[in-house]
Design a protein around this ligand. Structure first.
Ligand code: SF4
Length: 410
């Protein structure tokens, strides 16, 4: 039962943290809905050589276990295209083929996968794009149009002088309009830049002129730490503005880390509630238990739980239990023991050496109880009130119009 404290907390959040999501069309990738009222999904890309089927399937299993909802693989040659059926057969989540330069590979991939990603800037002549459209239409699968600062069309580079956000947005809008002209609308769009500001501006410009769902990401963001920070800043800003329907955190690291960071971003913004949220104090001179070790091990050992639960690990009782009142369950150090508490209320004292096992058992029990109550793992804020320059009709809004200047950004 909800306490008055929880009710008040929720009420205050309504006033301080209300994300209104952009209204978009909805597409279907495999069984996954993207855009519209679907929750923002988390995706990643295999770092294995796709032709190494065993290694690729092993990585896909790890990504699926981490909660990854869509997985992309590179298809750089015929050999990679030929193994797609084997890879697809081993998967439970949708598969996207990532194609550059060679449209023939897109045609082959379209026979197998759930979505094909192409970059119109490097696929070549228009008739090649049309062949790809025909192939995806035959299977009713969508395209992801991926525009990238590194492969912009020459006329746009000449017009803007550099791969600016305006150039990226215009390139994506041009591609969308060209596809619409041949009757194709089953697509999502990405506009990738490695600079956080440029990526934000490019997505913002596109989002206000089109209602296609957006795959958001900061490309080549960096290593596990720097890439996570850049992605959090860029994606966090966009998502807080209601922009973004599916995301990938690009890290020079194990792709499983991309999934973890992706979910943490969504959880922080309360766009998704999934799994354990470990709240740990930074420790100070009052600390009485090994908070760092306990918090890190808990994250690892409770990674299989998908039910949303806040679990706190606090170094002492001085502020511990008070600080942990927002948690569902937690421990605080106190007088050589650990104090187990639930919803801010002391339950019992536990010997330090039993703390980890006790907390794991209690969390697993609480997760089962919460599952039995039917608590969902997904939060989707409404999109009522999202203001866009795009009309609600199917017609694109930007033909013949100037792309708005960034200074008009709220
Ligand atoms: S909970 Fe205790 S140990 Fe942790 S930071 Fe606060 S005062 Fe320090």
């Amino acid at each position: 039962m909800e306490t008055s404290r929880e009710a008040k907390r929720k009420d205050s959040k309504k006033n301080t943290m209300h994300i209104t999501r952009r209204k978009t069309r909805q597409i279907t990738v495999g069984k996954l809905k993207i855009g519209g009222d679907a929750p923002v999904s988390v995706q990643s890309m295999c770092s294995t050589d796709t032709r190494d089927v065993a290694a690729t399937i092993e990585q896909i299993r790890q990504l699926e276990a981490a909660g990854c909802e869509v997985i992309r693989v590179a298809v750089p040659d015929d050999e990679a295209a030929a193994v797609l059926p084997q890879i697809k057969a081993a998967m439970t989540v949708p598969l996207i083929a990532d194609i550059h330069f060679d449209h023939r590979l897109a045609l082959k991939a379209a026979e197998v996968v759930d979505c094909v990603r192409i970059n119109p800037g490097n696929i070549g002549a228009w008739w090649k794009v049309e062949e790809v459209i025909k192939a995806v239409n035959e299977r009713g699968i969508p395209l992801r149009i991926g525009v990238n600062g590194g492969s912009l069309e020459r006329p746009l580079l000449d017009k803007y002088g550099w791969p600016s956000p305006e150039a990226l947005a215009e390139s994506a809008l041009n591609a969308v309009h060209a596809l619409e002209d041949v009757g194709f609308t089953n697509m999502k769009v990405s506009l990738k830049a490695s600079d956080v500001h440029h990526a934000i501006d490019a997505y913002w410009l596109f989002a206000h002129q089109s209602d296609y769902p957006l795959h958001i990401g900061i490309t080549e963001a960096g290593t596990a730490l720097t890439g996570a920070v850049k992605s959090t800043m860029g994606l966090g800003y966009l998502l807080s503005q209601g922009i973004g329907d599916t995301l990938r955190v690009s890290l020079a690291a194990d792709p499983v880390e991309e999934v973890k960071v992706g979910f943490e971003i969504l959880k922080s913004l309360e766009l998704r509630h999934r799994g354990i949220n470990v709240i740990a104090c930074p420790t100070c001179g009052r600390v009485e238990i090994d908070v760092v070790k306990l918090a890190n091990e808990l994250e690892k050992k409770l990674g299989h739980i998908t039910t949303p639960l806040n679990v706190s690990v606090l170094g002492c009782v001085v502020n511990g239990i008070g600080e942990g009142k927002e948690a569902d369950i937690g421990i605080a150090g106190g007088e050589g023991k650990g104090i187990l508490f639930k919803k801010g209320k002391l339950v019992r004292k536990v010997p330090i050496e039993e703390l980890m096992d006790t907390l794991i058992q209690e969390v697993e029990l609480m997760a089962k109880e919460k599952e039995a109550e039917g608590n969902g793992t997904v939060v989707v804020p409404s999109n009522e009130g999202w203001e866009s320059m795009a009309p609600e009709s199917d017609r694109p809004s930007t033909r013949g119009k100037e792309i708005p200047v960034l200074s008009s950004k709220p």
